[in-house]
Design a protein around this ligand. Structure first.
Ligand code: ADE
Length: 423
């Protein structure tokens, strides 16, 4: 791809060589996105459009950015979390693919928002968000950006919850497609992606032997299910904590122990939060935990573990390993916090594997193509990914995996469409 010099704010341009080979590695695992990229290069469905993306700056996102550029779009990218940026990847995106990137791993809050602002300064027609920080900024600090914005996409559960609340209050300024609600997204990315990458983050940070540990998983949504299952697969004794009765019942019948956090806190070795809510682990729980307990969060924001309460209980804090902070409490017990309480799979590992982001980002690319044609007709609310796109992603993924499936016979089709045949 021919590139021109672009303005950007990244850690170190000299990291680009390493970033480039890692982007190529991910590309190999993203056959559906590759197919879309090839078609986009010919058809240019996004010609003349400006896209502003606030996503985790990973090698998988790099492949999405390149696909959108091939489709004719101008793209600008900032981070959707201060700790998820892969700096080598950012450097390669700028140097090798001409994508303006505003993201530095470890950036402070002001820089994080300055980077969102830099993307909005490009006056995007469409936004792509992961957690809704860009959309929130548009609707609070940068209402001027609404003039150009025609539509957007949202990647994740947390973001969709915020958007629905905006739509309900009548303040959402343009239509947004919820990528998260596509079956080919949440059934795979949230479950298998979060499941594997969360365990990956915990293991890379701590090198703990998971077998035999008591792992407490808070939240039994699609992410929590994935984490609980992968932890069980590695031999952990998994305890699920839930507030929703049906989900709790499902966890029980899947064979997990289910306890209130007040009980789980006393016995857990490793705690993982994946609820989307705040203060899931708080003072009363820290006070009950065993010395040596490890605390990790896999939810989008760093609010699930009450960090101010942990700081207040501690008499000292020090970094022990990469992404591991040791808090010594006033009574001498030690608690270990991973990745500053930010999403552990991206802070301490590389996020979801490319093979699963292949489907999530295929939904993103195809939904943007859909928005380019249809945004004007859509109400200013949250819309699902069109079913045909969802099915197409599933079909293409199966094809890429070399897996064939059956089709219904005409008699079977007719039977399913009728109501008169019974016993
Ligand atoms: N969210 C979770 N994993 C991710 C990844 N690898 N790339 C972009 N967004 C992600």
């Amino acid at each position: 791809m021919a590139t021109t010099k672009v303005s950007s704010d990244i850690k170190d341009a000299a990291l680009a060589d390493r970033g480039r080979v890692r982007i190529e590695w991910s590309e190999q695992q993203m056959p559906v996105l590759r197919l879309i990229r090839r078609r986009f290069a010919k058809e240019k469905p996004l010609q003349g459009l400006r896209l502003g993306a606030c996503l985790h700056v990973t090698t998988e996102t790099a492949n999405l950015m390149v696909t959108l550029k091939e489709g004719g779009a101008e793209v600008a990218l900032c981070a959707s979390n201060p700790l998820s940026t892969q700096d080598d990847n950012a450097a390669s995106l700028v140097r090798d693919f001409g994508v303006p990137v505003f993201a530095i791993r470890g950036e402070d809050k002001d820089t994080y928002y300055a980077h969102i602002t830099a993307v909005l300064d490009t006056k995007p027609h469409f936004s792509m968000d992961d957690g809704c920080d860009l959309v929130t900024t548009v609707h609070t600090q940068r209402k001027d950006a609404l003039d150009a914005l025609r539509g957007g996409t949202e990647e994740t559960t947390t973001g969709v919850i915020r958007l629905r609340s905006m739509a309900q209050q009548g303040v959402l300024g343009y239509p947004i497609i919820s990528i998260n609600d596509a079956h080919t997204k949440f059934l795979f990315d949230n479950r298998f992606g979060t499941g594997q990458s969360t365990l990956d983050g915990i293991i890379r940070a701590t090198n703990l032997l998971i077998a035999g540990l008591k792992m407490v998983v808070a939240g039994y949504g699609w992410c929590g299910r994935g984490i609980a299952n992968r932890a069980r697969g590695l031999g952990a004794h998994v305890i699920v904590v839930e507030v929703e009765p049906t989900r709790a019942l499902e966890a029980v019948m899947e064979g997990f122990a289910v306890l209130p956090m007040a009980e789980a806190a006393k016995v857990g070795d490793v705690f993982v939060t994946a609820t989307g809510d705040r203060d899931v682990l708080r003072q009363e729980h820290f006070q009950a935990m065993k010395s040596g307990a490890v605390l990790a969060n896999s939810g989008h924001f760093n609010v699930e573990i009450d960090l101010p309460a942990l700081e207040k209980l501690a008499r000292s804090k020090r970094a022990t390993r990469d992404n591991v902070d040791e808090f010594v409490l006033k009574d001498g017990r030690k608690l270990y916090l991973l990745g500053e309480g930010r999403l552990v799979n991206l802070a301490a590992a590389e996020g979801h594997p490319a093979a699963v982001m292949d489907m999530s980002f295929a939904n993103q690319a195809l939904s943007l193509e859909y928005l380019a044609k249809n945004a004007e007709k859509l109400e200013k609310k949250v819309h699902p990914v069109p079913v045909e796109i969802d099915k197409q992603v599933a079909r293409l993924k199966l094809e890429a995996m070399g897996i064939r499936i059956d089709t219904l016979t005409p008699e079977q089709e007719k039977y399913l469409a009728s109501w008169s045949e019974g016993t």
